[in-house]
Design a protein around this ligand. Structure first.
Ligand code: AHM
Ligand code: MG
Length: 334
């Protein structure tokens, strides 16, 4: 962390960025500030999750048919409330809500897609979890917001990012001109610029995948994993397999150390598990902006045309050279 006299807070940084674009109205900046505020509230609550009755199942199931944890509900409510209070977004799609949420801000032009608390099954065991968000502009200002506004390709994202609640809490975002990371300093309650202009390594030696399902993955993935785990000292192989099972945490390590994260299609789940709009698109935007790549095994994730709000997709994301090598296996298996 920089010396205190050189501190650049998230808000200060956002203001600086805004000054670079004299025509900017500060709307996007306001949305990013809302993310920062809600992240601090969720962080505070997560920190005391072991102390108060906030662990365990909420009893309901979410739209994917999975058990909802209390913290998922808490995070969902607080992120939605922060965006509504900020009055800069006209609609929200959340992993926790089947339908899109329309705010009363009819004149606002931004839309949010978010997973308010990804990997929440890990909270009970004190493993890192995260918030993922994606920001778009609505298609038409003169029409009421509709599903079509949300079904835009990832390449249309205006900004995206994630918050990782781990050993420290970090907020990483891109607005399409590089990636910057901020670490929460709990003593002053501010996210401070700690990772300016993040670039991920072009190559790496960590593969992140749920190996329990390996028999059900496409041959290209099996062959790639085999190639990564051969004994070959000249290529620094075997690579390590590291799988936390919390995508933001696995992805964050991949960003910093290099590697590849995969959630492939399988015989049981041909579209994989992870959601295009609020998990794969935003993380792909971040990774591409940091010099990495993200594909579904055929095309760039951000070139996929979404067809439904909670659509799933296989994803292979990480260091450019590793994604390229995996794609050679996919291309060979056509
Ligand atoms: P969630 O949105 O219900 O939390 O599920 C997403 C999580 C990801 O964080 C993680 O990569 C994946 O599920 C792990 O799934 P699996 O246990 O099938 O490997
Ligand atoms: Mg999720």
């Amino acid at each position: 962390m920089p010396l205190s006299t050189e501190l650049v807070t998230l808000n200060g940084f956002i203001n600086q960025q805004e000054r670079k674009f004299p025509g900017a109205h500060g709307t996007l900046s306001g949305l990013l500030r809302s993310v920062g505020l809600a992240a601090k509230i969720v962080n505070r609550e997560l920190n005391k999750a072991g102390l108060v009755d906030i662990l365990g199942d909420h009893g309901a199931t979410n739209v994917q048919g999975e058990t909802v944890k209390k913290m998922d509900v808490f995070a969902n409510e607080h992120f939605i409330a922060a965006f509504k209070r900020g009055r800069r977004c006209c609609g929200i799609v959340s992993e926790e809500d089947e339908d899109m949420i329309l705010t009363d801000e009819h004149g606002a032009q931004y839309l949010i897609c978010m997973d308010p608390l990804d990997g929440s099954s890990n909270i009970d065991v004190n493993v890192g979890v995260g918030t993922i968000f994606s920001i778009f502009k609505r298609l038409h200002n003169d029409h009421p917001v509709s599903k079509e506004d949300f079904l835009q390709k990832g390449s249309c994202q205006v900004a995206a990012g994630y918050v990782i609640y781990g050993t420290s809490t970090m907020l990483i975002y891109t607005a399409g001109n590089g990636v910057n990371g901020f670490t929460l300093d709990p003593t002053i309650g501010e996210f401070c610029l700690s990772h300016p202009d993040m670039q991920m390594p072009k190559n790496g030696n960590i593969v992140s995948v749920n190996m329990g399902y390996i028999q059900t993955f496409p041959d290209a993935v099996k062959n790639y994993v085999n190639a990564c785990t051969v004994l070959d000292k000249s290529q620094k192989k075997p690579y390590s397999i590291r799988y936390i099972g919390s995508m933001v945490a696995d992805l964050h390590r991949t960003m910093l150390k290099g590697g590849i994260f995969m959630y492939p299609s399988s015989t049981d789940a041909p579209n994989g598990k992870l959601r295009l709009l609020y998990e794969c698109n935003p993380l792909s935007f971040i990774v591409e902006q940091a010099g990495g790549k993200a594909t579904n095994g055929k095309i760039r994730i951000m070139e996929m045309q979404p067809e439904s709000l909670h659509q799933r997709t296989p994803i292979y994301i990480g260091s450019a050279d590793m994604v390229d090598e995996l794609m050679e296996h996919f291309n060979a298996s056509i």
